[in-house]
Design a protein. Structure first.
Length: 127
């Protein structure tokens, strides 16, 4: 039973703004708006902490998949300080989505992300 509040949705909106920022300054600002100073991001391919580490992971994703954007799939499901949601990495040119997964985030009292635990459901060969 979801108890999703605007707080969960707002956090996920800021999360996607960070993942879809491609300019260095915009990326740094978006990461700072979404995560706490000591926030973390962990998935099967990365385990980083702090704004610089998170921005580096996001930058690497854009280098690997230029012209792609992350988008929410379905609804955000949340309760207390935790939310989960599914996403896809979508090509701007042909609409293909070679990468998909779901993330679980933990929020601080201000609604900023303390931790992300990511899971990859679909990845192309070679990753």
């Amino acid at each position: 039973m979801s108890q999703n509040s605007g707080r969960h949705t707002d956090a996920v909106t800021r999360y996607f703004a960070a993942w879809n920022a491609t300019d260095g300054d915009a990326l740094a600002k978006a990461v700072a708006a979404a995560w706490t100073e000591d926030g973390s991001y962990t998935d099967p391919l990365a385990d980083v902490r702090g704004h610089d580490g998170i921005a580096a992971v996001i930058g690497a994703a854009h280098e690997r998949f230029p012209g792609f954007a992350f988008r929410l799939v379905g609804e955000v499901d949340g309760h207390h300080d935790t939310a989960r949601f599914s996403w896809e990495l979508v090509s701007g040119s042909d609409g293909s989505a070679p990468v998909a997964g779901f993330d679980v985030i933990n929020l601080d009292a201000d609604g900023r992300i303390k931790a992300v635990h990511g899971f990859l459901d679909r990845v192309p060969d070679g990753i």
